[in-house]
Write a protein that binds this ligand. Structure first.
Ligand code: ARG
Length: 364
């Protein structure tokens, strides 16, 4: 397609799909002001939303410095998604100190002291392109680099565990059956080549090369390699003590940070991620709650979604992005904001939001 045609196409998408933030904020004047190479690069960043009009964001960065380099296009989209007005400077601060917040869900209600809790951060190495622009060789090289860091974790009695690769021929390669059972256990990520958004962006390219997962001996600390970001580092526990889980993540992240190349950050947007929705703290903290009354027995998420939105939370089914609630009303709730909020603020929002939703659930 010629550039003029692409511009016209994006304008059409913005009319038909007002939720597509890339199309909504596409800045044709800025685009035309760029040289050829930059135009091509920006079109690559916007390709996922151009070929998938139903996108909610519609763009993925290809290189760690894309957010700063193409700010005139990307900044308005980022602000729109994260709810930051144009006149307010974006500032990403970090806070991992759990000592000031009491985040024990059992204190809300004894029925909440044994829920499934997860927290993950997205991180990318500054020394590689982001996954959408990696060559097959770079994907495999990055996996080898990461697995040497996991060797150190495996030697550490607090972690132990193993690295499981799905790269054909890798010394850590697992069988198709084991992969399927780890996906079924909600540990390993699904086949990305089935995702139209990631495909267009090139993020699922060369599947399954360079992909794998580290899992600790207790299976409560996991690291995905080669999914939407170079690394998704996560802690998961069943219980009610959010702080304990958070501390597990913080310590593991700290150790990995010392073993890997520096993580990609932006002076404005904090941690750099492929998707603009994850910028900033790059952290998603969630818990699975049974809310049968608020979801009409798991059949209807719409009312719960509205209540949750007022609390700054997003709701999805317990089966992951785009899934529905279970018949027992089991849902996944997580604070939506990632940018301009600290890690501890995200945890506090999760706790306060869970308490508020629980109060609504039991008064029915
Ligand atoms: N690219 C998709 C869209 O714009 C997904 C965005 C958010 N999800 C994600 N996994 N990054 O709708």
């Amino acid at each position: 397609m010629k550039n003029q045609d692409v511009i016209a196409r994006i304008a059409e998408i913005s009319k038909a799909n007002p939720g597509n933030l890339m199309a909504r904020h596409f800045n044709a004047d800025y685009f035309t002001s760029l040289n050829d190479a930059d135009q091509q690069q920006l079109l690559k960043i916007c390709a996922s939303g151009t070929q998938n009009p139903d996108s909610s964001m519609g763009a993925y960065a290809m290189n760690p410095n894309d957010y700063d380099r193409f700010a005139p296009q990307l900044d308005p989209m980022i602000r729109d998604f994260h709810g930051i007005n144009a006149d307010i400077p974006i500032k990403q601060e970090h806070d991992w100190d759990t000592s000031r917040n009491i985040c024990d869900l059992g204190a809300i209600d004894a029925r909440l002291k044994d829920v499934s809790m997860r927290v993950r951060v997205a991180r990318n190495a500054s020394t590689f392109p982001l996954p959408g622009a990696m060559s097959k060789q770079q994907r495999v090289e990055f996996e080898i680099l990461a697995s040497s860091a996991f060797d150190e974790l495996i030697k550490n009695p607090e972690y132990g565990g193993q690295y499981l690769s799905i790269t054909p021929g890798s010394p850590n390669e697992i069988s198709a059956d084991e992969y399927a059972s780890r996906v079924g256990a909600h540990q390993m990520f699904k086949d990305m080549s089935a995702d139209p958004y990631l495909n267009v962006a090139g993020i699922s390219g060369d599947w399954p090369y360079g992909r794998g997962m580290y899992v600790s001996k207790d299976e409560d600390f996991l690291v995905w390699v080669g999914e939407e970001d170079h690394l998704r580092i996560m802690a998961m526990q069943s219980g009610g003590n959010l702080n304990a889980m958070f501390a597990r993540l913080a310590t593991g992240l700290e150790i990995l940070g010392q073993l890997l190349p520096p993580f990609a950050t932006s002076p404005t947007y904090g941690n750099v991620t492929s998707c603009p929705t994850n910028l900033g703290a790059g952290m998603r903290a969630s818990l699975h709650m049974k809310l049968p009354n608020l979801t009409s027995g798991g059949t209807d998420l719409s009312q719960l979604k509205q209540e949750a939105k007022n609390l700054g939370l997003a709701v999805r089914g317990a089966g992951g992005e785009h899934s529905d609630a279970g018949s027992d009303g089991l849902v996944d709730i997580s604070p939506s904001a990632r940018l301009g909020v600290t890690e501890m603020q995200i945890m506090q929002r999760l706790y306060d939001g869970a308490a508020a939703l629980w109060a609504l659930e039991i008064e029915r």
